[in-house]
Write a protein that binds this ligand. Sequence first.
Ligand code: FE2
Length: 331
Amino acid sequence: MKSKTILGIESTAHTFGIAVTQGKKVLSNLRDSYTTEEGGMIPFKVGEHHLKVFIDLFQKALGNAKIKIKDIDAIAFSQSPGLGPALRIGATLARSLHLLLKKPMVGVNHCIAHLEIGRILADAKDPILVYASGANTQIIAYDENKYRIFGETLDIGIGNFLDSFGRYVGLGFPAGPEIDKLAQNSKNYIELPYNVKGMDLVFGGILTNLRQKLQSKEYELKDLCYSAQETVFAMLMEVTERAIAHTGKKEILLGGGVACNSRLQEMARILAKERGIKYYILPNEYNVDNAAMIALTGALMLESGVSTSIAESIVKPYERTDEVVVSWRND
Ligand code: FE2
């Protein structure tokens, strides 16, 4: 990778992030996330949050990277998928900088960026990405110029599942880390529905079942946390293993906020070991939504000649991973 200075903007959901990268080096990677006591994201409130924090984050990101605004060679922004009001703030900032600095701009698909950062920072060559976050749960791998989805959730994201369960029992938001901790104190598996449909996953029914079990007051919370994790992570690993068998990929990469979960990491490590393939996990700041992954993916795209004009920069809240033509890979 050339050592161009790229400003990355992440703005798909509750996290607004600004990063500065130079080649493979991350010079700064800042973020500020919208939170709420009651839980739940109101899209226009998320947009308001991003608008409120961006100037401050932008200035700090340049300061931490020890660069001036004129040193930016290109701007990369998350163009898809996500919440419209959130995406628009990032895109507007990108367009403004593009016009002001007269430097190229490139729109990046957020889900693909979770995979590309693993190839760049962890040196994974051609991994299968287990992308497990609040809004997204997809098994993604490269095949013939596209990142294909080999399995995905049919209802809510796995992180949303954990947060909804956590909110119900008052664990706050995000609840995943608390559930992870509570689950470590149990080995008592309580049977829950196991919902794998072909290569896809369904979490809603398990959530309803957990709520019923909680209401019955017959079970301990730590046992339900343990059982919830064991069930949904096993579902995810089952689909991942089948995708590996089908594609013949030799590497597993975890990504997304739920990739920070210690039990999911352990399961993925075991799966990789049993199949004799490599396992990669990045530091948490690169698993959660972050702007470094947008900058690094943008750098790859720009190097291959891809850029985005103002007219093409309209945000795409519903773009799917496999709609993007991956012209920057030639394997
Ligand atoms: Fe994400």
